[in-house]
Design a protein around this ligand. Structure first.
Ligand code: NAD
Length: 459
């Protein structure tokens, strides 16, 4: 598969119709939506096969319902988003008009990860199409069955010069990242994101990088430990912790540690009635990932940290369903506290003062998400104002990503830009500034010779 030829075809098609109108864009969005619905059972089965186990309910929610919600939101909002925006004109240019006119960029590359293999392909694709572009999509090689189904779905739904799909491993991905796209969207790890940014820079291709990191969940002094435990347990158990915005670790006001950890264990037991073998609990994506997670735990135990496993393991050596673990006060130099965990392990760390917790978060790379549990307005205001993270949810986890009106993305090492909602539409459009001069103001004030009244007026 020659990606340069694919890009050429996409680019030629774009140049033949560089500004598709709203009905064309809405038709593309509808086709994508209808295809996701029609292919749902095949997609869900492929995800299940790739992971070794993932419930239809979980895949349906995250990989089908979420992108469809994004597509519908884009369809409904598109005409408004496409409208040129009038901009105020200074007195010396009046009565000229000024406006910002969204224009498609051209061809956008999309490189996707494995953890939500459909959502993180179809979601950005929807916004790229809403903005009137064409796309080349590269799903993750770690979910090969899903990549094949996605490939078939996209081939059936779109002409090859509307949306092209390329499958393969890191070599193919690196090759895609080196193509001279008009924009490149990458969702994945910070380490690979750095390589993608380097490759794109050579073509001066602008990038949207949706990366990872360690997203803290903070229990302020005013937190309700039971409420916090329930939402943090859910955020950590969903997709077995393999979510870019899963709460990575909990920072807990010291007096709340006991009730929080008890409630957390209880919430996990309630959500996983059959332990790690519970039907709604997903597997770890590969043996390599499972081994990495086990070694993080082994290192923590060797360093003397207490590890609590609230539910039993899943039977069967071949199954990659890992029982969740809570690790109490692990030393900060452990890999567990340095790397993004991306699995069902929750370190719990006590702190004594808000300033100490704020400093601890600020000392690390900027997180993708920050979760604050606080009942007092004063705690909320302090954390909202003084912490810096890609996004934030108060008294909940994960759900800010499902709020269509909010952009979603990282800051610093957790990423740059956002493909969600109107922000995504603008990101994949060139918001072209246009000045339309009036007959009544020919600009002659600025034409030489600058003598007499002109010289005085220009001063
Ligand atoms: P990854 O970085 O290993 O792989 C992502 C994609 O990059 C894959 O398609 C892969 O083929 C491709 N790739 C590999 N080498 C490449 C190269 N040299 N050039 C270009 N592309 C290359 O990430 P992953 O393991 O699939 O996903 C997990 C990571 O993704 C976690 O860090 C997680 O936090 C992050 N993530 C972020 C978001 C977000 O929205 N911010 C969402 C999901 C996952």
């Amino acid at each position: 598969m020659d990606t340069t030829l694919l890009l050429d075809a996409l680019r030629r098609a774009h140049l033949a119709d560089p500004d598709p109108d709203a009905p064309i864009r809405i038709d593309r969005l509808r086709r994508l939506e209808t295809a996701l619905q029609a292919w749902e059972s095949r997609l869900v089965a492929a995800i299940h096969a790739d992971f070794g186990h993932r419930s239809a309910a979980e895949s349906g929610l995250f990989d089908i319902t979420l992108p469809i919600a994004d597509i519908r939101f884009a369809r409904r909002s598109l005409r408004r988003w496409m409208r040129p925006r009038r901009v105020a004109v200074p007195a010396y240019l009046q009565p000229a008009k000024a406006l910002l006119r969204p224009q498609p960029l051209g061809v956008v590359g999309i490189i996707a990860p494995w953890n939500f293999p459909v959502y993180l392909t179809a979601g950005p694709l929807a916004m790229v199409l809403a903005a009137g572009n064409r796309a080349m999509v590269k799903p993750s090689e770690l979910t090969p069955a899903t990549a094949d189904v996605l490939n078939a779905l996209l081939t059936e739904t779109f002409a090859p010069d509307e949306v092209a799909c390329v499958t393969g491993g890191p070599d193919v991905a690196a090759n895609v990242a080196a193509l001279p796209f008009d924009h490149l969207v990458f969702t994945g790890s910070t380490a690979v994101g750095r390589k993608v940014a380097e490759a794109a820079a050579r073509n001066l291709t602008p990038v949207t990088l949706e990366l990872g990191g360690k997203s803290p969940a903070i229990l302020a002094a005013s937190a309700d430990p039971q409420r916090a435990a329930r939402r943090i347990a859910w955020g950590k158990l969903a997709n077995a912790g393999q979510i870019c915005i899963a709460p990575d670790y909990a920072l807990v006001h010291r007096p709340l540690i006991g009730p929080f950890v008890d409630s957390l264990a209880e919430a996990m037991r309630r959500m996983l009635p059959e332990g790690a073998a519970s039907a709604d609990y997903g597997a770890i994506v590969s043996d390599r990932h499972r081994t990495r997670l086990e070694s993080l735990l082994a290192e923590a135990e060797a360093a003397g940290a207490r590890v609590i496993r609230p539910v039993g393991a899943a039977p069967g050596p071949g199954l990659r369903r890992m029982a969740p673990a809570i690790v109490l006060d692990p030393p900060p130099d452990l890999r567990l506290m340095q790397e993004e965990i991306f699995g069902p392990i929750l370190p719990v760390i006590a702190y004594d003062s808000r300033d100490e917790a704020l400093a601890r978060v600020a000392d690390g790379p900027r997180p993708l998400a920050l979760y604050l549990f606080a009942e007092a307005a004063e705690d909320r205001q302090a954390w909202i104002a003084r912490s810096l993270a890609g996004g934030m949810a108060v008294n909940d986890t994960l759900l800010h990503v499902a709020c269509n009106g909010l952009p979603f993305g990282g800051v610093g090492a957790s990423g740059t830009g956002s493909w969600h909602g109107e922000d995504g539409f603008r990101r994949f459009s060139h918001m072209k500034p246009v000045l339309i001069q009036s007959r009544l103001n020919g600009g002659f004030l600025m034409e030489p010779p600058f003598s007499g009244w002109k010289a005085r007026a220009l001063r």
